[in-house]
Design a protein around this ligand. Structure first.
Ligand SMILES: Cc1cc2nc3c(=O)[nH]c(=O)nc-3n(C[C@H](O)[C@H](O)[C@H](O)COP(=O)(O)O)c2cc1C
Length: 342
């Protein structure tokens, strides 16, 4: 019989509903991006943030561990912000060996910086799905259960699951009922199958079905819906329409990093320049040569839109080959835009 650790601090139950979360995103939601977003969000409009998904194989591999652990870096400035706002930070992990989940959960707990652990059962990419991991766990439901139990047994942190509505076909009822039996503290459901990848609209009716299942079962597990949410108002509407306890936002943040505010923020060019400056300098101070500068470049288009000649500046920034060039260009852009205003 599996004995679960008592949860010391199930933050999920203490959060004000509806719960709004920033999705885990590989090469995006590191400590830098999370801090950038938190810095322009309202405490009451962003309750939970996640790390990028992190390999349990990597965490359990002595030689590989230091590199993998970079994903768990939390800058002191981010930690301060999280504490001040009471926003929770969840470490997301993936893999296929329950023993490695057990060890990884212990390691994460001992770090004393995370509020929860999330298990990735949704990533669709080939290189992870070819093993019995991520979205492919939908095809191995007993292994999925074993993984959840092994994780929960070795930590007092609340354990949650992020998944999809099926692998090659929609099996919301069968799959979510199965996961509910393990009583995770929360399940985030991305309303697409693995086969759908990111294509077509997310099927929120299926997410609504999962809420009904949870309600019928009397389970205390919270359900968060995920897919295509583009604004705070949109998130609130989905909560009303589908009865979810919360909403997770992924790519919507690229269109508007200011979206986690109860009242829509009117973003002007000064806001954009200021946030882009913060992003570049924080990224450089945090990673410098440890991460590829080109990863940072992908974020520039978030800031370079919604003003005249934005396309021209996007092109120019794509040609900036390092941090200094990008910062000089930003100063030049600010000067030219101010001159154009006069
Ligand atoms: C660049 C990128 C990286 C992602 N990385 C992860 C990840 O590490 N873990 C995870 O559970 N989902 C990951 N996802 C999926 C998102 O968390 C989310 O489920 C998906 O984008 C759908 O939500 P959206 O329509 O709000 O973007 C990623 C998505 C994108 C676009």
């Amino acid at each position: 019989m599996i004995k679960q650790q008592p949860y010391m601090d199930n933050f999920w139950q203490t959060l004000k509903k509806p719960i709004i979360a920033l999705a885990p995103m590989e090469d995006v939601t590191d400590t830098v991006f999370r801090e950038v977003v938190l810095s322009v969000s309202e405490a009451d409009a962003l309750h939970v943030v996640y790390t990028e998904f992190t390999s349990t194989d990597g965490l359990c591999h002595e030689l590989g561990r230091p590199k993998v652990m970079e994903r768990f870096l939390v800058n002191a400035s981010e930690a301060k912000l999280l504490k001040a706002r009471n926003t929770k930070l969840v470490a997301q992990i993936w893999g296929s060996d329950p023993e490695k989940f057990r060890l990884s959960a212990k390691l994460i707990s001992e770090m004393n910086i995370f509020d929860g652990i999330d298990i990735n059962m949704g990533c669709p990419v080939k290189k992870v799905v070819k093993n019995k991991s991520c979205a492919n766990l939908i095809n191995y439901p007993e292994l999925a259960k074993e993984i959840i139990y092994a994780t929960a047994e070795s930590t007092t942190l609340p354990v949650s699951v992020k998944t999809r509505i099926g692998f090659s076909r929609i099996i919301t009822e069968e799959w979510i009922s199965h996961i509910l039996e393990t009583v995770p503290k929360a399940i985030t459901i991305h309303g697409r199958t693995r086969k759908m990848m990111s294509n077509g609209p997310a099927l929120w009716d299926e997410i609504g079905k999962a809420v009904s299942l949870r309600n019928q079962s009397g389970s205390s597990t919270l359900i968060l819906g995920n897919g295509d949410v583009l604004s705070y108002a949109d998130a609130i509407n989905r909560v009303k329409q589908y009865g979810v306890d919360g909403v997770m936002v992924g790519t919507g943040v690229f269109k508007n990093p200011w979206m986690f505010n109860t009242e829509a923020v009117e973003v002007n060019i000064s806001h954009r320049i200021e946030l882009m400056y913060r992003h570049i300098t924080l990224y450089q101070n945090t990673w410098d040569k440890n991460k590829d500068y080109n990863v940072l470049k992908r974020f520039f288009k978030i800031y370079l839109n919604g003003f005249s000649r934005a396309a021209h500046w996007r092109d120019a920034f794509m040609r900036a080959g390092n941090y200094n060039e990008a910062l000089l260009l930003l100063a030049e852009m600010e000067k030219q835009l101010q001159a154009a205003e006069v």
